[in-house]
Design a protein around this ligand. Sequence first.
Ligand SMILES: Cc1cc2nc3c(=O)[nH]c(=O)nc-3n(C[C@H](O)[C@H](O)[C@H](O)COP(=O)(O)OP(=O)(O)OC[C@H]3O[C@@H](n4cnc5c(N)ncnc54)[C@H](O)[C@@H]3O)c2cc1C
Length: 372
Amino acid sequence: MMLAAQLCKKGAKGIALVDHNPRVGMKIKVSGGGKCNVTNQDVSEDNYLGESGFVRSVLQRYTPSELLDFLKERGVIPKVRSFGQYFCKKSADEVLDVLKADAQCATFLLTHKVVGINKVTDEYHITTDKGKIVAKHLVIATGSSAYPQVGGSDIGLKLAKELDHSFEKFSPVLVGWTVQKDQFWMKELSGISTWVSIDVGHKKLSGDLLFAHKGVSGPAVLSASLYWKKGLVNIDFLPDRTLKEVLQDRKKQVSTQLQLSKRLVKNLLQSIEVEDKVVKKLTEDEWEKLALLKAYPMSPAGNFGLKKAEACRGGVDTSEINFDTMQSRLHENLYFIGEVIDVTGELGGYNFQWAFSSAVVCAQALERKLLV
Ligand SMILES: Cc1cc2nc3c(=O)[nH]c(=O)nc-3n(C[C@H](O)[C@H](O)[C@H](O)COP(=O)(O)OP(=O)(O)OC[C@H]3O[C@@H](n4cnc5c(N)ncnc54)[C@H](O)[C@@H]3O)c2cc1C
């Protein structure tokens, strides 16, 4: 829709927007708890999993402030919340309505499920469940398989394969973790949330961790899940403070000084096998165990799956896409934009910014080619 919006502005004709959903932009609609976290104050390649040079180049060509200006000119002024995240004031429809209005010049072919593709000389023959569509220029913007309940699918990778592109299969990220037996105590705390920092090897992600009946979720876990493949992560339940700072008062009980929810403290202490007592009575061995509260080792069993995931890792190989134009390096007039590419952002507005930036880069290339 952003691509169509940009091209419509320049007087383009003959654009068809094909979607198997009965309505466009369903992921926008359900995003950010219905308020669409559209971008972030602070966006760089460091917030993404993907080839950093590729990501940087695309993001620099259409920045968050350009996106915010685009929305502002159309009467939408998202509000900044914690972590520099911009959300719509009332609802995600604010963004959706702008895109729909600006993409008016396009023909919307809704409830058209794309099933395959053929390149016939210099044309793309797209097979849908409602018949064939022939295009001279084709932009694949089919996102990822995350949230199939609103239309997420891996059709983009199937099409890429039919056109000889390399890709990494999709797997769910920005998703909660299921837990191993050792951490089943976490499930008993379902509904409690606590501020943590999660160390996933080369990255540390801070935010709320929410205990859920299947495992752990919440912003910190969702962001960390982007970087986790398997193995151990370390959770700091007392971020920004040393253990000594937390347990300053030697005459008070450990539990009262942790400043965490009572039930969490009880289960945490049980899990690290430390008895609650006044600080001055702690043995050296107990101090060592308590240090685990700053680096609680946990090996997630898996994740909550595609139906709960806000994005997918994987996608079309960036080495086969030109970052100046988003055009395929294998086929003239074939383009990829958005989440179908092997670039995925952290939680916080990074994925929409990526989708919009790559759409604008592609629109500029198509404009140079077709409209100048
Ligand atoms: C619950 C949820 C909340 C999210 N919240 C945020 C947020 O607040 N901020 C943020 O930055 N990101 C968020 N995301 C991620 C963001 O929605 C995606 O990264 C973004 O929508 C990707 O844009 P896209 O245009 O590449 O793909 P999409 O928006 O997924 O669009 C792809 C389109 O292709 C269509 N399609 C798929 N298969 C077929 C087919 N076979 N035939 C025809 N059409 C097909 C789909 O119906 C869809 O309309 C969220 C995602 C989810 C699931």
